[in-house]
Design a protein. Structure first.
Length: 426
């Protein structure tokens, strides 16, 4: 049940949220709900409580088996290699708190990584792997890597910190295949400060079909001074039909890229970016917040983007292969720009955003204030999602609102304190 709060009550809660965001143990993704508990594992359950037990369980993994890790910090002696022909397998923390189980590498900038180049490596022929309820940090390459042959992975309620390269990478094979039908949800991807160089992304998918990236927090996906990090969510190299929705991005240099390069026949195709909150601090700069790059039949609808003037065209669609694009009802502080021969329809976008429209932009809270008349009930045309960032139905009022949030009035009296681990919305 959603609890409606007064403005003063919400301010108090946001202050508490900022305190939690400052402490890794308390870090919580800004998302519609707390991470929902997964169903209990089916099949065989192997409980482990030491690093050696964890390594042995992964080495002996069979189909229809879930490894459940007891709370604790596990300094990895080797990458956890899930390599073989398996169905319905999992590696999960024992609780719903992703920070109760922490897998630690040798350091994202430590070239003497030994047997720990990755955190969790998945390959061979693995159909239906769940990685959930845990943290992976300080890894030279990728905290989680999914190689071609892996299908239908679920990455749920994980916390990935300080990756040497991409945080979550889905690789292609040499025959045009890749990892399909992945879900990444209710997770946190972040650098403590910045990456070690410019070769990084949060979620990086090559040659995959049907991925969904939803209700995650991406923070500080940025490179050291003078360098430009890759997009926090990059779906490219022949990837198709990606859905990127309901995420929050704070202080990243590039946020969502559906396609990137001018490539034949296309770099990406289809898909949608919708209902995302994107915030950058003043002076951060970067590139386009949302890019359609050589991606036909792709939509960017009802996103809220406030980059504090750090890039003049926060939404861009580029290259002649981008045809039939729809960019509609986005709220942003800059232009929607067609470049390099891209074609499509841009309508209903409001491009003069200021901080005063939002409840608490520096915390990534881009919910509309009641005074945001330029956005409320102003959406037009087609493509508006049936629900908003909060999973609340559109429209509320005479028409849908521009941007990711569908404004609803709050109550006039403060609500009781929320239950532990429940995020109160509006």
């Amino acid at each position: 049940m959603k609890v409606k709060l007064s403005t003063s009550a919400r301010t108090l809660l946001l202050g508490a949220a900022l305190f939690l965001l400052a402490t890794p143990a308390g870090l919580s993704a800004l998302s519609v709900n707390p991470p929902p508990a997964l169903p209990a594992p089916s099949g065989t359950v192997v409980n482990v409580s030491t690093e050696s037990q964890l390594q042995a369980a992964v080495s002996a993994l069979k189909s229809n088996t879930t490894i459940v890790i007891a709370p604790g910090t596990y300094t990895l002696s080797s990458t956890l290699y899930v390599n073989g022909t398996f169905t319905n397998v999992g590696i999960r923390g024992a609780t719903n708190n992703r920070d109760d189980v922490v897998l630690v590498g040798k350091g994202m900038a430590n070239s003497s990584y030994g047997n720990v180049p990755y955190g969790i490596w998945v390959g061979g022929s693995v159909s239906g792997i769940t990685i959930a309820n845990l943290t992976v940090k300080e890894v030279w390459f990728h905290p989680i890597i999914l190689n071609a042959g892996t299908q239908s992975p679920l990455i749920h309620n994980v916390h990935l910190i300080n990756a040497g390269q991409q945080f979550l990478k889905a690789n292609p094979d040499d025959a045009g295949g890749g990892v399909n039908n992945g879900i990444v949800e209710y997770s946190v991807f972040e650098y403590t400060t910045t990456s070690k160089d410019d070769y990084t992304n949060g979620v990086d998918v090559h040659t995959g079909n049907g991925w969904t990236v939803r209700h995650n927090l991406f923070r500080n996906i940025k490179a050291p001074s003078g360098l430009l990090a890759g997009p926090a969510v990059l779906m490219w190299n022949g990837t198709t039909n990606s859905i990127v929705e309901g995420n929050t991005f704070i202080d990243c240099q590039r946020e969502i890229s559906l396609g990137l390069n001018d490539k034949s026949p296309y770099d990406h195709s289809g898909g949608v970016a919708r209902n995302n909150f994107i915030y950058r601090s003043p002076g951060l700069g970067g590139d386009a917040a949302i890019l359609i790059g050589d991606s036909p039949n792709t939509q960017v609808v009802n996103n809220t983007i406030f980059v504090n003037g750090g890039y003049p065209s926060p939404i861009e669609y580029r290259f002649g292969g981008t045809t039939n694009a729809l960019i509609a009802n986005n709220l942003l502080d800059g232009k929607v720009l067609a470049r390099d021969g891209a074609t499509g329809t841009a309508s209903g976008n409001y491009t003069s955003v200021t901080a005063g429209l939002f409840v608490n932009p520096t915390a990534g809270d881009l919910h509309l204030k009641s005074t945001a008349a330029v956005a409320i009930d102003k959406a037009t045309g087609s493509g508006t999602p049936a629900q908003d960032w909060d999973n609340e139905a559109r429209p509320y009022g005479s028409a849908a609102d521009i941007g990711a949030d569908e404004y609803r009035p709050t109550s006039t009296t403060a609500a009781p304190a929320p239950p532990t681990n429940v995020r109160v919305i509006k």
